[in-house]
Design a protein around this ligand. Structure first.
Ligand code: ZN
Length: 302
């Protein structure tokens, strides 16, 4: 199914597979595409994966879709405001515990902890700072019922506390891999070094289909993840190509690389460029003067 053919109506459950339904949340935007995909796994003992934004209609739609089944688990891929906030009210109403990797800053890399400590602020990506799971799960941890088993895979990069969830030959990929867009990686919550290794980690899982946090199911997971890795490497090559011995700022590099991008997307592009520069500096390929900061001057090494 392509993203053009995927047109769920918010609040109306879509049958995806035996025991799996999707309910689209009513929060479309340029960052969320048609809205957040909330998944209901199971009929008797239901896991709600990514309850979505704190929204009354969406909450009612989840309860209606559950019908006679019990919502017994709430599992959150990551602490962004379009994925996690409704977990708390849903948990209070159903008694179901919330599963997740940890609060929003859990899983943050050492370099991003340092940059955040030095005052690097996020780009307004909508972090759910109040998120806290009742049950902490990490890679290899499983949630097992008579009907289904989910295995967690920690995939930091989009944000440090991001989990993918493996269900047989299917993976719920959250915002790590989607079909309609490459993921946002914005420091200090986003980390490109982690993002790339999470892509490699996910590529080693032999999956038939991905169910992402936004947009249509990804029916060619191997090709999609290979494209995503190649896309990031192409971007890295472009960035390295702009670096002269004189030194370049994030603004200069962004304007050189994103020549045809609408001005409204330039702030996000700058954050993306900085994510690449941090990764390149950490890998010893470039130098930052006077220090690694978003306002530093970057030069190629050699
Ligand atoms: Zn997200």
């Amino acid at each position: 199914m392509s993203d053009q053919e995927f047109n769920p109506v918010a609040g109306h459950p879509v049958h995806l597979a035996d025991g799996l339904r999707l309910i689209l949340a009513p929060n479309p935007s340029p960052m969320t595409y048609q809205g957040t995909n909330t998944y209901l796994l199971g009929h008797k003992s239901i896991a709600v994966i990514d309850p979505g934004p704190d929204n009354d209609e969406h909450l009612a739609a989840i309860h209606a879709a559950a019908g006679d089944g019990d919502i017994s688990y709430i599992i959150v891929t990551h602490a962004h405001l379009d994925h996690s906030p409704l977990a708390r009210r849903l948990s209070t109403q159903t008694g179901a515990p919330i599963y997740g990797y940890g609060p929003a800053v859990a899983g943050r890399s050492a370099i991003m902890q340092r940059l955040a400590g030095q005052g690097l602020a996020g780009g307004g990506e909508g972090i759910d700072v109040d998120f806290g799971p009742d049950v902490v799960i990490a890679s290899g941890d499983c949630v097992i019922t008579d009907e289904w088993t989910l295995e967690a895979l920690h995939t930091p990069g989009h944000i440090g506390n991001h989990l993918c969830l493996i269900w047989g030959d299917t993976v719920f990929t959250g915002d790590h891999v989607m079909g309609w867009a490459s993921s946002l990686v914005s420091p200090p919550d986003g980390d490109l070094t982690d993002f790339m290794s999470s892509c490699e980690k996910l590529a080693r899982i032999d999956a038939r289909i991905y169910f992402p946090g936004h947009g249509a199911p990804v029916t060619n997971p191997k090709e999609r993840i290979a494209w995503l890795i190649a896309h990031r490497r192409r971007r890295e090559t472009q960035i390295l190509g702009t670096l002269t011995s004189v030194g370049q700022t994030v603004d200069q590099i962004t304007l050189a690389v994103y020549k045809d991008v609408s001005p409204v997307l330039i702030p996000a592009a700058k954050r993306n460029v900085f994510a690449h520069l941090v990764d390149l500096q950490q890998r010893g390929q470039i130098t930052a003067h006077p220090d690694l900061q978003s306002d530093a001057v970057f030069t190629a090494k050699n």
